[in-house]
Design a protein around this ligand. Structure first.
Ligand SMILES: Nc1ncnc2c1ncn2[C@@H]1O[C@H](COP(=O)(O)OP(=O)(O)OP(=O)(O)O)[C@@H](O)[C@H]1O
Length: 612
């Protein structure tokens, strides 16, 4: 293994750390990843001491070199240290713990087969359970080793939970509440766990407490053996993370990225360019229509709204213009949600409208969601899934643009939303539509990011590609269609979508048990409106397009072509090739009087179906 060069604030203490001496005074060891170390940039997975099987598996996933957090975390975890890793969204934290965890279990298996698991990976939401489970399974399959991973969630029946545990899994991916249910019901033997548990991971640790898992985690710590290695992964640092650190870890290494020290630097990926458009709440529909229909943003696009009704309003509105989209929200059955995510990740559709309905700690504490539902609640209001989390931590693949149709309620929510693009070595952009009523939260976000005159991506700049003319050219049609999307139409389509998805959900479950790779079974972006979209609204006629907008759209398309097919594999070595000077969002202004390059080019009407 190559010699690591870490900036360790407390090298002496490092020597003293011993896992079986938890009574030792806890002393933080802060390691700053890659600070001033040129050669660390070049470090390979091999040099970090990673097993060749895992390296081959990564290579098959087109992952060739570690991210900064992986460079520092992997060797420390392999050495058996407790680690707190704080790194921004999309920085590759999952592999930072999963790779060394699997490697350790490769070494133990099959000699140490036990009746209880060797590792717990605890996450706040069911979506994350599925995501981490899939990543782990895929690595294990590619490495062809005998390790068993199961995911346990609170929607599983006691008999399903028992069946999953009966196969003696090596790794359990679950939420703290579900593990606690298994322990208190005796499905998981606390005594066996004392013998077997060697690694405990708390992923998305900054969210675990706000999702109401404090009591479950406290109860769990009693069963975690002292020699168990504990890893805590988080996108932000917060009082909750500190609390968890004290509760579970023994004298851990604190890993941070170089620019840490300031919240804003800590959390915003540098490769996301952030933009805003100021407009009235009423004008948001025409603005988003212009962005999508005139192709001024790159696909795939993740659009955030603040309510489920607004999501369906958007979907119905888009449908009339031939723009197909799917809605993802907490009301849908879990199988449907997972399937929507998989289809979107596989590139089956380009526009996903997500609702990150904010759920209070009270809702999350609602234990009812963890216990079997009472039949008498038949007529109660539709319940949102308390373990649903669409924004936090979910790895949407190849999202190029995040649009905040409505601004999130908190600055932290904004950070997590825009963190769905620009993941790992990819680039992305975000466009926020800000109404006067949302100015307060917008100012809060700006002060979190830091006001700056520079064009640095941390600064939210006005979106340069959308001209007033372009918006006005679509206004009449947009307002006409918006009027037809009534509250009743929204309610009906929302109910229709839910009915479809409930029916599909069982089919999906059965189908995917037999055909785990088959994604194209039931598409989620089908038209919901009763009236078929009018043909004339699908096409933007030539006379409505001004040359500046045409040029902007052309540049966005060229940029997309330069980046390769966004829906296919990850673009290797893209970073650095697409420099700021060639970046249309940095160099083009729709309001400016720049002449289009091809001034004499023939003007074409846009005849597009933005669906699939
Ligand atoms: N070394 C790497 N090179 C290229 N891509 C990577 C690398 N490591 C991870 N990725 C990819 O980067 C994406 C983001 O990784 P991951 O989900 O682990 O981020 P994260 O830090 O957990 O983000 P969040 O805080 O939002 O959950 C994933 O698609 C993952 O496959």
């Amino acid at each position: 293994m190559a010699k690591r060069k870490h900036n360790t604030q407390n090298d002496d203490a490092e020597q003293k750390q011993e896992k079986d001496k938890p009574q030792e005074k806890a002393e933080d060891k802060t390691v700053i990843a890659g600070e001033g170390e040129q050669d660390e940039e070049e470090q390979s997975f091999e040099e970090l001491g990673l097993d060749s099987r895992l390296i081959r598996a990564l290579s098959k996933k087109s992952i060739e070199k570690p991210t900064p957090i992986q460079r520092v975390a992997i060797p420390l975890i392999l050495e058996g240290k407790d680690v707190v890793a704080r790194a921004k969204t999309g920085s590759g934290k999952t592999f930072a713990y999963l790779l060394p965890l699997l490697q350790k279990l490769f070494a133990d298996s099959p000699s140490k087969k036990s009746s209880a698991p060797a590792a717990f990976i605890l996450v706040p939401t069911r979506e994350l359970c599925q995501q981490v489970y899939s990543e782990a399974m895929s690595l294990i399959e590619l490495c062809r080793v005998q390790l068993k991973v199961v995911q346990l969630t609170s929607t599983m029946s006691p008999s399903d939970l028992k069946t999953s545990l009966a196969g003696f899994p090596d790794i359990i991916v679950s939420t703290p509440a579900c593990v606690q249910t298994c322990l208190s019901s005796g499905m998981l033997q606390a005594r066996a766990l004392q013998e077997s548990l060697s690694v405990l991971v708390l992923d998305e640790a900054d969210l675990l407490l706000s999702y109401g898992y404090e009591d479950d985690l406290k109860a769990l710590t009693a069963h975690v053996p002292k020699r168990c290695q504990c890893l805590l992964m988080s996108a932000t640092s917060s009082a909750d993370v500190e609390k968890l650190k004290k509760l579970i870890l023994h004298n851990p290494y604190i890993l941070t990225l170089p620019e840490v020290g300031d919240v804003k630097d800590d959390i915003i990926p540098k490769n996301v360019q952030q933009f805003y458009i100021s407009c009235s709440a009423r004008d948001k529909l025409v603005h988003i229509l212009a962005l999508l229909k005139l192709e001024l943003v790159q696909k795939k696009v993740l659009i955030f709204a603040n309510s489920i009704d607004m999501s369906f309003r958007l979907k119905l509105f888009f449908e009339q213009f031939g723009i197909k989209s799917a809605v993802l929200n907490a009301e849908l059955p879990q199988n449907s949600r997972l399937h929507i995510l998989e289809e979107f990740n596989a590139g089956l559709f380009d526009y996903l409208i997500a609702t990150d309905v904010s759920q209070t700690a009270e809702e999350h504490n609602d234990k009812e969601s963890r216990a079997p539902r009472k039949k008498s609640k038949k007529h109660s209001k539709r319940k949102l899934d308390a373990e649903f989390g669409v924004v936090r931590g979910i790895d949407f693949k190849n999202v190029h643009t995040v649009v905040n149709f409505e601004m999130p309620q908190t600055a932290a929510g904004y950070v997590h939303r825009i963190g769905r693009t620009g993941r790992a070595y990819n680039t992305g952009a975000s466009v926020s539509l800000v109404s006067p009523e949302e100015m307060e939260i917008f100012e809060e976000i700006k002060s979190l990011l830091g006001e700056s005159d520079s064009v640095d991506s941390k600064f939210i700049a006005p979106f340069p590609l959308l001209s007033k003319n372009a918006v006005e050219s679509l206004r009449y049609r947009a307002e006409d269609v918006a009027r037809s999307v009534t509250k009743i139409a929204v309610r009906e389509s929302r109910a229709q979508d839910l009915r479809n998805e409930i029916l599909n959900s069982e089919k999906l479950k059965a189908h995917f048990q037999d055909n785990p790779k088959d994604l194209d079974l039931l598409k989620h972006d089908k038209v919901l409106s009763k009236n078929a979209p009018a043909q004339h609204l699908r096409d933007v006629p030539e006379y409505l397009l001004d040359p500046t907008t045409q040029e902007a759209s052309k540049i966005v398309k060229l940029a997309r072509a330069a980046m390769g097919n966004p829906s296919s594999t990850r673009r290797k070595g893209f970073r650095g090739k697409f420099k700021r000077s060639r970046d249309p969002l940095k160099t083009f202004s729709a309001e400016g009087p720049k002449r289009p390059h091809g001034a004499g080019m023939k003007r074409k009407g846009k005849n597009q179906d933005d669906g699939n």
